[in-house]
Ligand binder design. Structure first.
Ligand code: BT5
Length: 259
């Protein structure tokens, strides 16, 4: 991957700007700084390697050189889009699952931000927002996608099993082409952000529906119940053992071991 080939490959997309790095700490950090410095809508930061890639709650994301996609897209939300920003992670997740249809793969979304193939994590999403007072000024959508086998970290670093596209397909897709597919799918779905179509499509791709799950919330509490689906803002709905509906806004879903 290099800057010239990337620019050529992405030239038909309405990107606001592009910054490419052979190696970087985190593309999300670079994108947040660029956003504060006035990056235009749909500006892209991409790197061939990350040395300080981040997940949620300061967890690490591994991007070994030349093996994966690691990029961050900056959105400048219009006033019409702002009420729907809690759906951004769904937009991002769907852009990956949509683009994988090109490879005839039915990827699933482990709420909120993991993309699964064969029940294992092949991509993760980190959405971060910059604010001007109370108004969201920019949204940075970071995505890490395991393309080659060598992108998958050793098991001791993982809380959940991981996989690469190469392992599933038997070959590694060209990273620039995959990136083009994800970005065009995301841009195509942007007008749906305010509509129920987005929630419906996201809901249809959820993994573990109808199963008994545990969700560890940001604060550490654990909620258990049957996974029902999404609320209209993208929160997760469970039905607990008393038959009550419970809404979870942030957390990690895992299957509940059967007693
Ligand atoms: C995520 O967090 O899954 C969000 C990952 C976002 C990464 C992108 S890469 C471009 C941009 N720049 C950044 O710095 N970040 C974004 P979370 O749900 O918290 O999952 C993190 C967990 O995934 C870690 O604790 C590991 O167990 C596991 N993990 C780390 N690297 C992995 C990989 N390459 N493949 C699969 N699992 C991984």
């Amino acid at each position: 991957m290099n800057e010239t080939s990337l620019k050529k490959k992405l030239s038909d997309l309405p990107l606001g700007g592009l910054r490419y790095f052979d190696s970087i700490g985190s593309t999300n950090d670079e994108a947040l700084t660029w956003a504060k410095d006035g990056a235009p809508d749909l500006s892209l930061v991409i790197a061939d390697e990350q040395t300080q890639g981040r997940g949620r709650l300061d967890r690490k994301w591994f991007t070994p050189k030349g093996t994966a996609l690691a990029f961050s897209l900056i959105l400048r939300p219009s006033a019409a889009l702002r009420p729907h920003l809690s759906r951004t992670v769904g937009l991002a997740a769907l852009s990956i699952t949509d683009s994988l249809q090109t490879y005839k793969l039915d990827a699933r979304i482990k709420w909120p931000n993991d993309i699964l193939l064969d029940g294992r994590k092949m991509a993760g999403i980190l959405v971060e927002t910059t604010w001007s007072g109370d108004i969201p000024d920019s949204v940075v959508i970071g995505m890490g996608v395991n393309v080659m086998k060598a992108s998958v970290p050793a098991e001791e670093y993982l809380q959940f099993p991981a996989i690469s596209l190469e392992e599933v397909l038997g070959y590694a897709p060209v990273r620039e082409e995959l990136l083009h597919g994800i970005l065009s799918a995301l841009i195509a779905r942007l007008p749906e952000m305010g509509s129920n179509n987005l929630i419906k499509a996201w809901d249809e791709k959820l993994s573990f529906r109808g199963e008994q799950v545990r969700v560890r919330e940001g604060g550490g509490q654990v909620v258990s119940g049957e996974l029902i689906g999404l609320a209209s803002d993208g929160s997760l709905r469970l039905r607990d053992e008393h038959g009550n509906f419970v809404i979870v806004r942030f957390g990690d879903v895992s299957l509940r071991p059967s007693a």
